[in-house]
Design a protein around this ligand. Sequence first.
Ligand SMILES: NC(=O)c1ccc[n+]([C@@H]2O[C@H](COP(=O)([O-])OP(=O)(O)OC[C@H]3O[C@@H](n4cnc5c(N)ncnc54)[C@H](OP(=O)(O)O)[C@@H]3O)[C@@H](O)[C@H]2O)c1
Length: 263
Amino acid sequence: MDLGIKGKVALVTAASRGLGWAVAKRLSMEGAIVAICARSKERIEEAAEKIRKLTGGKIAAFVADVTDYTAVKEMVRNIVTEYNSLDILICNAGGPPPGMHHEFTIEDYRAAIELNLFSTINLCYESLPYMKEKKWGRIVAITSVAAKQPIDNLILSNTARAGVLGFIKTISNQVASLGITANCVCPGYTKTERVEELAKKFVVDGKGSEEDFYDRLIATIPAGRIGTPDEFAQTVAFLVSEGAGYINGVALQIDGGFYRGII
Ligand SMILES: NC(=O)c1ccc[n+]([C@@H]2O[C@H](COP(=O)([O-])OP(=O)(O)OC[C@H]3O[C@@H](n4cnc5c(N)ncnc54)[C@H](OP(=O)(O)O)[C@@H]3O)[C@@H](O)[C@H]2O)c1
């Protein structure tokens, strides 16, 4: 299936590993020109090289913290100067730490909102003018199932990501007539390096084996398994395709059925 994105210019943030990297690789496989960013220069350059080797595509690596509006602005301008366009934006960032309400300071809440909500606002604010000019664009914000079904020990994530759903839904209403779609994807448990690190920490904390860790997660997932980054990436790639032009304003779980609601 041709997704119709050959030659389109895509920015995937927080992409030196995990979900961001998998999406960047998949878009490159589909023929898009892909810019990726993260905070560590070494890791983002390695990640770009890895994709280049796998796909032979054009990949640009940027060092940028997505919570830093000035850095985001500069990165977007550099992409447009180099490639004359910015057609596809995948908003992603790291996740805030787990914990309960009383374990965090007000500053922790502020930092989580900067990380997951403001990063999305920064990226959309800077990218949308170019999409509006071309009358074509695709925005996908990576959030979490926690935005739809709050998870008890993830209060920072639950709070910040629900804001992303509200922001992206509003944007989607305002840009749809210009050929731009804006959607959220809500990953459930997906086997990225981050989840592997959590499994190792579970063992170090004396809570059980890695197998116990995965068994506990899997018990909550109707599919009976953890998702793979590539399954996630293929869904995102479809959402930014030409053929998905009438999918707008949705918040789509990619979670093996973890989310128990019906809307
Ligand atoms: N994997 C899952 O099961 C799952 C489930 C639900 C939601 N999520 C969410 O989906 C997102 C991606 O998850 P993941 O598992 O792929 O995470 P991950 O493996 O921890 O990767 C995070 C990536 O983000 C970059 N990053 C972190 N903070 C950044 C910032 N401020 N600016 C720019 N880049 C930044 C990291 O590189 P640097 O450190 O070099 O910046 C790294 O490349 C996270 O928000 C996570 O909470 C994941």
